[in-house]
Design a protein around this ligand. Structure first.
Ligand SMILES: C[S@@+](CC[C@H](N)C(=O)[O-])C[C@H]1O[C@@H](n2cnc3c(N)ncnc32)[C@H](O)[C@@H]1O
Length: 278
């Protein structure tokens, strides 16, 4: 791997939240000649990177090309992921939504005449949040990993300029630790629904499993999501929704009030104490 001459960039990490996590992670960046300048600005703004002109032999690195920013893992087979909202599986999911309301929307209390304010406290690459925003819901997306956050805002920018500006404009991404953010927003500004999709080490679909492995290599497996879950339950006015693998144990061992179970995924729904959910 060669460092591209004169291209080393060490960006600053800007925080929207006073208590956002620190990071000392520096990832190699391989930028193609046709890299979208907006993707490179996102990298500069959010991440510490060192620019190279060829991919490393092993480990994680970022690429920027005309399709946007991607996180990659060198090796065999190479794996990569980017936030992609309008093509592939996610594009199909959005197109299908016109015919069939997804279980996630029902779980979050979105329906005829009901459009709750939702906080997606584990935003990741924003796929679930995009589906919810496509139904008309207003969402705040919280993501604590600066790398995942940079991928997310790069994907949202591309989706906005690719014809989905109405959906994207309902999504407010914030780089923040959700446990702290929720504790700070309990009093006057509490959301109706808090949605959680924490990392789960169990089985997932093969394709999703590859991306999950990549995400885990980047952010690690949290020791416990109990604090986040507790902060969500203390903050939500109406409900907390937890996405789990169909056979996974309930988050923090707390049985939900009810569940919506699909082929591979389950949504556990917890009524907020004193909330409006019947
Ligand atoms: C399984 S992914 C979520 C995937 C997402 N639902 C989607 O549709 O793309 C979990 C994400 O939650 C983030 N996360 C975990 N704990 C968090 C916390 N306390 N605050 C903010 N983000 C958190 C991780 O960095 C990771 O990106």
């Amino acid at each position: 791997m060669r460092i591209a001459s004169g291209r080393k960039r060490v960006g600053k990490i800007i925080r929207h939240c006073d208590k956002a996590p620190q990071t000392s992670l520096t990832l190699p960046l391989v930028a193609a000649a046709d890299a979208d300048p907006a993707s490179l600005r996102t990298v500069d703004e959010w991440l510490a990177t060192a620019a190279f002109d060829t991919p490393p032999r092993d480990g994680l690195y970022l690429t920027a090309d005309s399709k946007g920013l991607a996180l990659c893992r060198a090796g065999r087979p190479p794996v990569s992921m980017r936030a992609e909202f309008l093509r592939g599986a996610q594009g199909f999911r959005i197109a299908r939504q016109g015919h069939q309301r997804e279980a996630i929307a029902r779980a979050c209390g979105i329906g005829a005449g009901s459009c709750p304010r939702v906080v997606d406290a584990t935003a990741g690459l924003g796929r679930d949040a995009f589906v919810l925003a496509a139904t008309g819901a207003q969402l705040t997306l919280l993501e604590r990993s600066p790398v995942v956050y940079a991928l997310l805002i790069d994907g949202l920018r591309r989706a906005g300029s690719g014809g989905a500006i109405d959906i994207v404009s309902r999504m407010t991404p914030l780089h923040a630790d959700a446990t702290q953010w929720l504790r700070d927003h309990g009093a006057n500004d509490a959301p109706d629904t808090v949605y959680l999709d924490p990392m789960y080490a169990g089985r997932r679909r093969a394709a999703a499993g590859k991306e999950l492995t990549l995400l885990q290599a980047l952010v690690g497996q949290p020791e416990s999501d109990a604090d986040l879950f507790e902060a969500a339950r203390a903050t939500a006015r109406e409900r907390v929704v937890v996405k789990r693998h169909r056979r996974a144990p309930a988050l923090a061992g707390v049985a939900p009030d009810y569940q919506l179970t699909g082929r591979s995924t389950r949504f556990d729904i917890y009524r907020a104490s004193g909330g409006r959910l019947g």
